[in-house]
Design a protein around this ligand. Structure first.
Ligand SMILES: [Zn+2]
Ligand SMILES: [Zn+2]
Length: 371
């Protein structure tokens, strides 16, 4: 049974929505879901496919009209009692499937039928640096794409060549499976449902009908993508079979480690070396940010392990406004004392602060409580 999805609900629009409203709703949702972080986030992946499906159907006049009328895009159960042949366009995998069912259950003429199949997706990895991921970048990549063979026009054989009746199906193009009344016909795999075997396959594609061709694709990576995000470029994958649509191009983003910034979500972490007197007295320092350099006031008395947060200087949010923070992690630097004068200065400090540092006392107390 076909599931009755509400495509209007999925896109969050009303039933009578205009083409423009559909487009707008899709663009907005696509921006949110197109780049679903991969590990463990199959929900977002699934949700995007659903959004894409809804958009493909509602943005196509014929398919939308049919969906509005029947409630589903491919009326599987309807075809049992739907008398008139459904004149749909043939370039869709689900409709090809529907034709197949109609022939089976109406006792239509067996013979030439071919199920339209969506082409395979092309998956590849796109490695970018942290700054490009934060700012967005356009990359050209070379991919190998399956296209229809230019010599035989995708047929796999030359129309003028010799042919013979398929030995497996006896020319019917399908094979009966099981016993009556639940007998069932399957398309013959050997002749691909054509009932004929062509004796001379096309030399260019070795009879496959498709050839691998390299192509350059420009990929625009939106600002804010993170490691293992996936970008979908719809209908840019391999050629479909029997008039089916092309597959998708799926780019998995890998973000390289940066020498100074570490990304955690939308925040950027940066080590901030401070001399111990800067930590004690406070200081004004200049730190590198994504947009250049910024001046930061270090509050007096900052301790190792504390953080200084500078709002809105991190990575832009992919789905939403604003950006994360830049987080400075002080690394307290202590000089090696070799001269007498420095030693005396520090000895003076030791006398001023005779007690153990607070942290060490805390550790000692914890030890006494939980030995
Ligand atoms: Zn060919
Ligand atoms: Zn056959």
């Amino acid at each position: 049974m076909a599931s009755r999805k509400d495509y209007y609900d999925i896109l969050g629009i009303r039933r009578g929505a205009t083409e423009e409203e559909i487009e707008k709703a899709y663009q907005k949702l696509a921006r949110t879901y197109q780049t679903a972080p991969l590990p463990g986030n199959r929900t977002a992946d699934f949700r995007f496919k659903e959004i894409l499906e809804a958009y493909e159907i509602l943005s196509d006049k014929t398919r939308r009209e049919r969906y509005d009328r029947l409630g589903v895009d491919f009326p599987l159960q309807e075809s049992f009692w739907d008398e008139g042949p459904d004149e749909g366009d043939e370039d869709n995998s689900l409709e090809g499937f529907e034709d197949f069912w109609e022939q089976e259950f109406r006792g239509g003429t067996p013979g030439l039928f071919q199920v339209a199949e969506k082409g395979r997706d092309i998956h590849f990895t796109l490695e970018i640096d942290l700054v490009s991921a934060a700012r967005g970048v356009t990359r050209k990549v070379q991919i190998l794409k399956e296209n229809p063979c230019p010599v035989c026009g995708g047929e796999g054989f030359l129309a003028a060549g010799p042919r013979e009746v398929c030995g497996r199906c006896g020319g019917a193009g399908q094979i009966q499976v099981g016993l009556a009344p639940s007998a069932f016909a399957l398309g013959c795999e050997r002749c691909g449902g054509t009932g004929r075997i062509f004796l001379q396959p096309c030399k260019t594609c070795s009879g496959k009908g498709r050839v691998q061709q390299s192509a350059w694709v420009s990929i625009s990576v939106p600002p804010g993508v993170d490691d293992r995000c996936r970008l979908y470029l719809c209908r840019m994958g391999h050629e479909g079979k029997n008039g089916g649509p092309r597959g998708d191009l799926v780019a998995e983003i890998r973000v390289k480690k940066h020498p100074i910034w570490e990304r955690r979500g939308e925040d950027l972490y940066l080590e901030l070396p401070l001399a111990f007197w800067e930590a004690a007295l406070g200081a004004e320092v200049e730190v590198p940010s994504l947009e250049g350099k910024i001046k930061v006031k270090v509050p007096p008395g900052i301790q190792g392990g504390e953080e200084i947060r500078i709002p809105q200087e991190g990575v832009p949010r992919l789905a939403g406004d604003g950006r994360g923070d830049l987080v400075l992690c002080p690394q307290i630097w202590v000089p090696r004392i070799v001269d007498k004068e420095s030693r005396e200065l520090l000895e003076g400090l030791r006398h001023r602060f005779p007690a153990h540092p607070a942290g060490r006392e805390r550790v000692q107390r914890k030890l006494e409580r939980d030995p």
